[in-house]
Design a protein around this ligand. Structure first.
Ligand SMILES: N[C@@H](CCC(=O)N[C@@H](CS)C(=O)NCC(=O)O)C(=O)O
Length: 252
């Protein structure tokens, strides 16, 4: 039995859940509390994933970390239905999308997500308390948290993040000239890995970024939402708006 250590509203976990559901693979769903309990930083979890983040897949004793790597692992090990192209050149293009999506929108969505929903986790902490309890305990996110601080990201950071989401959508719009999916006719992991970032922006109230300017991208998102795997991955309780009190992204 596959085991997935994940969190309902984590975008990186959502990618892997879509992938598993596309394959119709049953898995043990081990939910971590990333907030108050900080399950991702407990020694038993760090022994599996030293990065202290979700998701982690355990398959027959093999521990696989990093959501994009996990998606490719699942696709190679369980190739039915295939979620990557047969052609080497097309596979390289899929991976180029994956790297771009990790570097740009995946990082950008964290900014409004934290400012709008997660900051109450840091309520009452002064600089020292924030470092001790929040930033410095995270193996790969210490400096991300320190830059954010307990008060959240500044206006310029939020504006830069929104611009990055817009440029992601523009790039998708261009690619979608050639087909219903990012790589043309075939639905691939590239479509899967960007979906949670778009869904998060939708949930945070930013859908006009694409709905006004990018009709092909808007239609692509509707196609994604209609997939049974999407609906299973985004079960009730996976949206931030369902579990967090959302406040404006810009604080000043
Ligand atoms: N590159 C990693 C990043 C995973 C990641 O950042 N996960 C977030 C949730 S989407 C997390 O676990 N955050 C916990 C924290 O900030 O302590 C992946 O794609 O798996």
């Amino acid at each position: 039995m596959l085991k997935l250590y994940n969190a309902p509203h984590s975008t990186c976990s959502q990618k892997v859940r879509i992938c598993l559901h596309e394959k119709g693979l049953p898995f043990e769903d081990i939910k971590l509390d990333l907030g108050k309990a900080k399950d991702q930083l407990k020694p038993e979890y760090l022994a599996l994933n030293p990065n202290g983040v979700v998701p982690t897949l355990v398959d027959d004793g093999e521990v696989i970390v990093d959501s994009s790597v996990i998606c490719e692992y699942i696709d190679e090990k369980y190739p039915n239905p295939k979620l990557s192209p047969d052609s080497i050149a097309q596979r390289a293009k899929m991976r180029a999308w994956m790297r771009y999506l990790e570097e740009v929108p995946t990082v950008a969505v964290r900014v409004p997500s934290f400012n709008m929903g997660f900051l109450p986790r840091f309520a009452g902490l002064d600089d020292e308390g924030f470092r001790k309890e929040q930033s410095d305990v995270r193996p790969i996110r210490k400096h991300f948290y320190r830059r954010m601080t307990q008060s959240g990201f500044k206006r310029a950071d939020v504006e830069a993040a929104l611009e990055q989401i817009d440029s992601t959508c523009a790039r998708m719009e261009k690619a979608l000239e050639n087909g219903p999916w990012l790589l043309g006719g075939q639905y691939t992991i590239a479509d899967i890995v960007v979906t949670p970032s778009i869904d998060r922006m939708n949930d945070l109230g930013y859908s006009t970024i694409w709905s006004v300017k990018y009709p092909r991208m808007t239609a692509w998102y509707a196609r994604m939402q209609a997939r049974p795997a999407f609906q299973k991955a985004f079960y009730k309780g996976t949206r931030m708006s369902e579990t967090f009190q959302l406040s404006p992204a810009i604080k000043d």
